[in-house]
Design a protein around this ligand. Sequence first.
Ligand code: AMP
Ligand code: MG
Length: 497
Amino acid sequence: MSIIFQNSFQSLPRFFFEEIEPTPLRDASLLHVSSLRQELGLSEVPDHEFRTWLNGESRIEGDQRIATRYAGHQFGVWAGQLGDGRAVSLGEILSPEDTGADFGISRGIGRREVQVKGLGKTPFSRFGDGKAVLRSCIREYLCAEAMHALGIPTTRSLAILAGTGAVEREEVETEASVVRVFPSQVRFGHFEMAKHFDRKSELGALIEYTLTQIYPGHSVESMLAEVIDRTARMIALWQSVGFCHGVMNTDNMSILGLTLDYGPFGFMEDFNSQHICNLSDREGRYAYVRQPHVGMENLERLLVCFTDHVPRERLIALLETFPERYREHYLFVMRQKLGLVEARAGDAVFLQSLWSTLEQCRVDSTFFFRSLSRYESGKIGSMDSFFESYPVLREDASLVVRWLKEFDDRIKLEGSTDSARIEGMLQKNPKFVLKNPVAGAVIAATGFSEGTLIGECLRVLQSPFEEHPEMEGHPHFGFWARPLPEALKNRALSCSS
Ligand code: AMP
Ligand code: MG
C-alpha cells in the first residue's frame, strides 16, 4: 500500500494558496510521534524518511507544500490578510476507511491534512520569522490530544520536532515544529479574505468547495446551520471543562467546529467566570464567560460573507439560532457531567447555582467534579477526598454542603441508582487535564535530559478518565491530581510563541 494524496485544497483558485519552500529545522530530531502515524498509514514510511518529510527536507510522491491565504478579525478589529505565516501543508492523505469519528464528525470526508507549523517564512509571514519555539509546540502537541481524549472536537497532533537552531522571542529559545492533522483547515478567515477583497468568483468557489468536499449532501443554508451547531457544541464543551482558548479571532475558527490554534490557552484551576488566560488580552475580550458570545460574534462575521448567496433575513435567522443551539449543548453536556439523564425545567438555574458555588468557594473545578463523581446521595462522607483538600468548606451549612443538598433533591427526581450515576460520571469528569504546571514540567525536562516527558504526559492525557495511581509520587507530575498551590493557579500566559 502506498500513501495516496488527494490535495483537494489545490482545486481552489490560486488566490487561496501559494506554493512554498519550507526552511527545515537545523539537525531536526523527532521528539515524539503519536498513534496517528499508524492511522494515517505513515508507519510504512521509514523513520528517516518520515522525519525528513516532516522537516521539509524530502518529498513523498504526490505530496504538496502550500501555505493558505486567509484574513480575520483579531480582538474584534478587522486585521486584513493574515494567512499561514509559519505553516506548510504537506498534503491531504486519503484514508478510505475513515469514519470521521475522531473529529467529532458523523460522516468521514476521507481526507486528513498534514500541516507543519514552524518551517520558516511564507508569503504570509508579515513581520514574523516563520518559526515556532519548543515551549509552544509542546503545549499545542499535548493539548490537542488531551482535548481529543476529553471528547472535544480539535485538530490532532501527529509529531513534534526540535532543531538545534535558535529563535528570538523575549529570550532566545529552541526552534521546533508541531505537526497537526485535520480533515480540513478551512477557517472563517478564508471566507472573509475573499469577501472583504471583493473576490466574488473566488468566494463562490470556496463555498462550492466547502459544500462538496467538507459538507457533502448539504445546501448552503443547512451547511451554515451545521457550522453554527458545531461551533456551539465545541464552546459548550470548552465551558464544561473550564477551557479558555485565549485567541478566539475569526482566523482561528474552524469551519468544522474544531478547536484550532493553541496559543495562550488554559484550563482553569479555580473556577472564575471572568478568567482571562491570555496576558495580552487586557480587556478580557476572550475571558471564559465571554466565549459563547464571541462564538456568536465570529459566526456573524462568517455569515456576512454569504450575503450574495443566502437572503439576508435567512442569515439573520440562522445566526439567531446560536444561543439556543449553545444552550441545548451546554445543558446536555452538563447533565452528563452530573450523571443526570432527564431534562428538567429548572436545570439551567440549578447549574448556575453550581457554578456560582464553585466560584464563591474558589475550588479547583476539575478536582471538584471528579470528587463529585463518587458522591453517594445524602452522604457527605463520600466527598471526604474533596473536603480533605478544603477542610474549611466542610463546616455546617457551607456553600458546598448547601449545593450538595440541591444535588440530592435533583437526583431524587431521576429515580436512578447511585452506582449507575457514579459509573457514568467517572466517564465524563476527567481526573487529568493539561494544567499549566504540568506542561511546564514537560517543557523544563525537554532538551536537558536524554529523553523527554512528552510520552509519559501524553499517556495520561490520552486516558484522562482513568485513575493512574502511578502518578501519585511521580517525580515530575506528583502534584497533578490535586489542587495546585495558590501561586500556581489560574496563571495567564503571553501570546509570544
Ligand atoms: P496566531 O496568533 O498564531 O493565530 O497567528 C496569527 C497570524 O500570525 C497568522 O497569520 C500566523 O500565521 C501569523 N504568525 C504567528 N506567528 C508567526 C511567526 N512566528 N512567523 C510568521 N507568522 C506568524
Ligand atoms: Mg492562528
